[in-house]
Design a protein around this ligand. Structure first.
Ligand SMILES: *[C@@H]1O[C@H](CO)[C@@H](O)[C@H](O)[C@H]1NC(C)=O
Length: 272
């Protein structure tokens, strides 16, 4: 029976008295843009109201250096006004947003959850419970690359599509993609690539005309914070009617050869 209890306590979370937190371990952010750090936690006694919880994000080596705190006076000057809790604590969501990323924002940051004590609360042990989990944030200085992809070559008068995509880590303030032909015929797709990584993709659809041949097609991405990058290709439009210069001579040649063959057969028969 003791063995059964031990096994039950080990396998079933119901028996656990620990808080657990799960923070994305590694994440890259684009300099001057923003980053969203996925984070969640569970409380042994089930969900608690947001008012009872206090979330703190701080530098991993210096516990007093908060980059996020609900009391703004307790946030490092260099991070003031740039960090925001996106998740609802009452739902176990501690997702953090950092905007206007700077060089010195790289490093290891830890999340801590605490129960807020009020004088009316009975003094229980649980009040002092907290849990800590950290993310390694790397700031990317290189300009992000856009990828242009055309599944099929452009043919005059036929529907043509081209996609422009970019990877980022800021789903709350996504990069805006635009085309030099206008965006009326473009649709945007956001894809969660997991582990805090996202892809924003714009699919442009139009019917190429003769005048589009040898023109530039440009896709531009504007990131939150103002960084803009672009990528372009030259459009080559295949003419659709121009197989006649092949079809006509081939047909004529085949017809002539057939006629010549028939004449030969006729002659051979006649001489026999
Ligand atoms: C946590 O909150 C963020 C921001 O609102 C949201 O995008 C995300 O889906 C939430 N995560 C979960 C697990 O609900």
């Amino acid at each position: 029976m003791i063995l059964c209890l031990v096994v039950a306590a080990r396998c079933c979370p119901v028996f656990s008295v620990e808080w657990t937190a799960s923070v994305q371990k590694q994440l890259e952010g684009i300099l001057s843009s923003c980053v969203v750090v996925p984070c969640s936690f569970t409380h042994p006694g089930g969900e608690l109201p947001t008012s009872k919880l206090r979330a703190i994000w701080h530098r991993s080596d210096r516990h007093k250096e908060n980059i996020y705190h609900e009391d703004h006076t307790k946030i490092l000057d260099s991070f003031k006004g740039r960090t925001k809790m996106l998740g609802t604590l009452g739902q176990g969501n501690c997702t953090l947003e950092i905007i206007e990323l700077k060089d010195h924002d790289g490093g290891r940051f830890c999340f801590r959850i605490e129960l807020v004590k009020t004088p009316q609360d009975p003094p229980t042990k649980e009040m002092f419970s907290f849990v800590e989990d950290c993310v390694d944030l790397k700031i990317i200085h290189d300009q992000p690359k856009l990828e242009l992809h055309q599944p099929k070559a452009a043919v005059q008068g036929k529907v043509y599509t081209i996609t422009c995509s970019v990877h980022h880590t800021c789903p709350s303030r996504k990069p805006k993609l635009s085309w030099n032909r206008g965006n009326a015929d473009a649709s945007v797709i956001q894809t969660n690539m997991n582990y805090g990584n996202w892809r924003t993709e714009s699919i442009l659809t139009f019917i190429p005309e003769e005048k589009d041949d040898h023109t530039h097609l440009t896709c531009k991405a504007m990131f939150d914070g103002g960084l803009t990058v672009s990528e372009n290709i030259t459009l080559f439009v295949k003419r659709k009617e121009n197989f006649n210069h092949i079809i006509i001579p081939v047909t004529v040649a085949a017809g002539t050869a057939m006629l010549f063959g028939l004449v030969c057969i006729f002659m051979v028969k006649k001489y026999k």
